[in-house]
Design a protein around this ligand. Structure first.
Ligand SMILES: C[S@@+](CC[C@H](N)C(=O)[O-])C[C@H]1O[C@@H](n2cnc3c(N)ncnc32)[C@H](O)[C@@H]1O
Length: 388
């Protein structure tokens, strides 16, 4: 846990999941810049809601906790982190120039939902995926009051030109701040004359080889084509064991679990992803492709196998994530391997597809005591691990 000295008071903040000796902080310089700017502004009355979009681990929601905050995100982990961090910062200090006392929890809004209220102030952290930003801006526009202020922030290295274009296309003209600690703010004016645009998301692609037509919400991994890693794993599916309890871990649009269900009608397949949009896409694809009801499988938006019972699963299929928000790394994949070990029954199998350059094989061998290469090509490797 680290301390953020914000103009709204001192905050104790942690990333999620919490790791020992984590060198990464739960906020970045763009959060600090946004808070400094907001502290200099006249904020709306506390009875009015502030919409915070893509708050990483809740730094913005915690700083503005004296207000009625709506936290809108595609990440259930971000929502979880926000709730955890709020519980560590439960009161507002009188020196904030705000009335002191306990704060009301934010309203958590999922990315697949549209805002409910009208907003005078919207604070946006620019997400990694521009399609998600576009989806958010299209949904947001009808919920901005005439004089609404829309302020966005991001680290300059994560601010593509297309982000500026999306704000201008969907909300109105913008100006930018000076750079500060490699972060920049965007001040967007609401142009009420801009005509509403039809939301192009979710989109759909067809893969002829595997006979799949899949719907993908805006923030989906490999939204416009079947991922090459997933494709390589699917090519090995004839070798998968017959299993009763199967998990598509980090399911995205559900491609792995759906294909398994097509080949093994009796299996009980669970689709798990931390992204609301992923699980929603997997649900649509399951019913459309398999022609079964949602009750015939299991869909959960959560952090890996945190809520899965020990030794309850026979087969786990995983194309592991390699980033959390803007941070690239193996940590989440390694955590999912540990979850898998706990949740597999003895004799159960974990099948992984991964980029060759990542040394998952060594890590899995150390963890499970075995790891066999099923196939590899120039870019990918498919690994089979058995719980002993
Ligand atoms: C590389 S994508 C694979 C998607 C899909 N299975 C495929 O093969 O196309 C990894 C997925 O893991 C999800 N993810 C990331 N962190 C997660 C976590 N802690 N728990 C569950 N899912 C997670 C991401 O949202 C993403 O959909």
């Amino acid at each position: 846990m680290e301390t953020l000295q914000s103009p709204f008071g001192e905050l104790q903040l942690s990333r999620w999941p919490q790791r020992k000796n984590d060198v990464l902080r739960a906020w970045d310089a763009a959060d600090e810049y946004l808070l400094e700017y907001l502290a200099e502004q006249k904020l709306p009355e506390k009875s009015k809601r502030i919409l915070i979009v893509n708050d990483g681990f809740g730094a913005l929601s915690c700083a503005l906790r004296a207000y009625s905050v709506t936290s809108w995100s595609d990440s259930s982990i971000s929502h979880l982190a926000t709730a955890e961090n709020l519980s560590k910062n439960p009161t507002v200090d009188a020196s904030d120039d705000l009335s002191s006392g306990a704060v009301s929890p934010p309203e958590y809004l999922k990315s697949i939902e549209s805002p409910i209220h009208q907003y005078d102030l919207v604070v946006i952290k620019i997400p990694k995926t521009m399609a998600l930003l576009e989806d958010q801006l299209i949904k947001l526009k009808p919920h901005l009051t005439e004089n609404a202020r829309v302020i966005a922030g991001g680290m300059i290295k994560h601010l593509p030109k297309s982000a500026f274009q999306l704000f201008e296309k969907h909300i109105g003209p913008l100006t930018t701040s000076l750079a500060k600690k490699k972060a920049r703010l965007l001040f967007v004016e609401v142009d009420q004359a801009l005509s509403a645009v039809e939301n192009p998301y979710p989109t759909r692609y067809t893969d002829e080889r595997f006979g799949l037509a899949l719907n993908n919400h805006a923030n989906l991994f490999s939204r416009d084509h079947l991922d090459f890693g997933a494709r390589f794993l699917l090519a090995q599916f004839s070798q998968l064991p017959e299993a009763g309890q199967v998990v598509d871990l980090g399911c995205g649009n559900g491609v792995l679990g759906i294909k398994y269900q097509q080949l093994h009608a009796d299996a009980n397949v669970q689709f798990i992803d931390e992204s609301y949009m992923a699980v929603e896409s997997a649900k649509t694809n399951y019913t459309d492709t398999i022609g079964r009801t949602l009750e015939e499988a299991n869909f959960r938006t959560e952090d890996g196998l945190k809520h899965t019972l020990d030794e309850s699963v026979n087969l786990i299929l995983c194309n592991p994530p390699f980033h959390q928000q803007h941070v690239i790394g193996e940590q989440i994949a390694v955590e999912l391997f540990h979850h898998s070990k706990r949740c597999l029954q003895v004799g159960g199998e974990l099948w992984i597809v991964a980029n060759r350059h990542l040394d998952y094989q060594g890590k899995l061998k150390r963890l499970f005591g075995n790891c066999r290469i099923i196939d590899s090509n120039k870019k990918f490797v498919v690994l089979r691990i058995v719980k002993r």
